[in-house]
Design a protein. Sequence first.
Length: 188
Amino acid sequence: MVAFAQHKIPNEIASEAKIALSHYPELARTPIEFKFKKHIKKSTMQAQPKFLSVFKSKKNRAYKILISEKIKIVDSVYYTKDMPSEIMIGWLGHELGHVIDFEQRSGLNLIGFGISYLTSKKYIRGAERRADSYAVAHGMETYILATKEFILEKAGLSQKYVDRIKNLYLSPEEIMLLVEERDMVTED
Ligand SMILES: [Zn+2]
């Protein structure tokens, strides 16, 4: 286990997590724990505020990023830690995009977020697309696109999972549009 004061990262993904974190300098002091879990319902990774920290001041809030040990692939078992590095970096970058989204919310708002995320597909879609957008805004588009290509074309995931991803996340074309917009703003 690699542990900085504020970031707890399992060894298997330490270098990937460090690269993803390097794109988010504003999270350098934010406590974030990356943690493998046997199983996560409906997803491979999940970012969330640590439960009790929702009641603390924003400054003292801590987050965890849960990572499922396995990805369900149609007829085999795939260990998440064996994912190619750039795919892992993109995936973690998306999760850190959720953390940025959470950072801007009050504790009460986060509780509302949790409830809406559990009950509304439209809300999930908004949250997932915001996380992708934050990752692009932080210069992670190459990784995010690699991750999407992996999920949509290469991994051999179930059609149901692929359809869910297509429905909820930004498409590669939408990501390219965001990159263009971002670069137009910086050129001004
Ligand atoms: Zn997400």
